[in-house]
Design a protein around this ligand. Structure first.
Ligand SMILES: Nc1ncnc2c1ncn2[C@@H]1O[C@H](COP(=O)(O)OP(=O)(O)OP(=O)(O)O)[C@@H](O)[C@H]1O
Length: 334
């Protein structure tokens, strides 16, 4: 096994014409842990990974593996296992796919059955990939990343499309790689999807870094708030203003920056306002994540840690190999 090497993103920007996909982004991903690379759709995750893997040129800044850009790695497949962009020939079997990539990279074909076994696809090795489920394709993409037994893994949305058993499996798989001292970077637009699998998070929004730290530190960022509503919202707003309480208007009432519903209820009482709802908004990772990336938290009580509004996992792209075929700069709009 190759050593885990840090992934180093420094002052990285990428513009596609007038669109700034990545904006002065800097962070490091250390070996020995699983790092979640998170942000809503369009935040710039895939673009960052494509620059890192030499598929797109940076407008400025650098993205390297311990100081070496991907294209300068002497044996890339034995250094970095990357799953990005689905690209399987439907008529080929899994075994043949992997054989082709192993041969191209000068790796022994004996690695093929080993990696198929590792991802639980050994019994489907002779089946054409066109008949694979999304979950099986995800596993095949991971088998590809394992071919060179690398020390670094860069995986774009690898959990998307997996069933609950597949999600449990990949959690163990990723954690095992990290415990072996490898560097593991996993992107997702859903915190809830990866929160059981990651130790650290790098969160971006609109191409910029908004949070870097442990999963636990993200939880600490989330202060509980109070939901309050009234048949007379104008009077309620006046009462909250008079009490000096800050609030946002939500679908089911005002979300008040005050953890104690008792204080909010008192403010309404003092203002002579009838209430139709008063409860604490449960704090949680998801609420913290959504407030960091600038999306409105779900204000329904007790439901803040489940799911994310507007996300349909079936719509996101699948992660898959290969990464070493497209020429650099191909994706540039100009
Ligand atoms: N080749 C391209 N040409 C023009 N604009 C692009 C190109 N690739 C990405 N973009 C734009 O850059 C921004 C970031 O996109 P990117 O795919 O990196 O985000 P993402 O965080 O990976 O989102 P998702 O989770 O939806 O994949 C978006 O506004 C996107 O439309």
């Amino acid at each position: 096994m190759a050593d885990g090497i840090p992934i180093e993103i420094t002052g990285l920007s990428k513009h596609f014409g007038a669109v700034t996909a990545v904006d002065d982004l800097s962070f490091t991903v250390e070996p020995g842990r699983v790092t979640g690379f998170l942000g809503p759709n369009g935040a710039g995750k895939t673009t960052t990974l494509r620059v890192l893997l030499g598929l797109v040129r940076a407008s400025s800044g650098t993205a390297t593996f311990g100081g070496t850009p991907y294209h300068a790695l002497p044996r890339p497949l034995e250094t970095v296992g990357a799953a990005l962009d689905a690209n399987f020939h439907p008529g080929r079997t899994a075994r043949n796919h992997l054989r082709v990539y192993a041969t191209a990279a000068g790796l022994p074909s004996a690695r093929v059955p080993v990696v198929l076994e590792q991802v639980g696809l050994a019994e489907f090795a002779e089946r054409r990939v066109g008949g694979y489920s999304l979950g099986m394709r995800q596993r095949l993409a991971l088998a590809y990343t394992l071919l060179g037994d690398p020390g670094v893994f860069v995986l774009d949305e690898p959990i998307n499309g997996l069933d609950p058993e597949g999600i449990r499996w990949i959690r163990v798989f990723l954690q095992t790689l990290a415990r072996e001292g490898r560097t593991v970077l996993v992107s997702s637009h859903l915190l809830s999807e990866v929160q059981q699998s990651v130790d650290e998070v790098v969160i971006i929004s609109r191409g910029r870094l908004v949070k870097r730290g442990t999963l636990a530190s993200l939880e600490l960022d989330s202060a509980p708030r109070t939901i309050v509503d009234s048949p007379d919202r104008t009077a309620l707003a006046t009462a909250l203003d008079s009490a000096g309480l800050e609030y946002d208007a939500g679908r089911s009432g005002f979300i008040v920056d005050e953890p104690d519903p008792g204080r909010v209820g008192h403010a309404a009482f003092v203002g002579g306002v009838e209430l139709s709802a008063l409860h604490r908004l449960k704090s949680g990772l998801e609420e913290s994540f959504l407030s960091l990336v600038g999306e409105a938290p779900d204000e329904s009580p007790g439901d803040a840690s489940n799911g994310s509004p507007g996300d349909d996992p079936a719509e996101a792209p699948a992660a898959a190999p290969p990464v070493d075929e497209a020429p650099a700069g191909e994706e540039d709009a100009r």
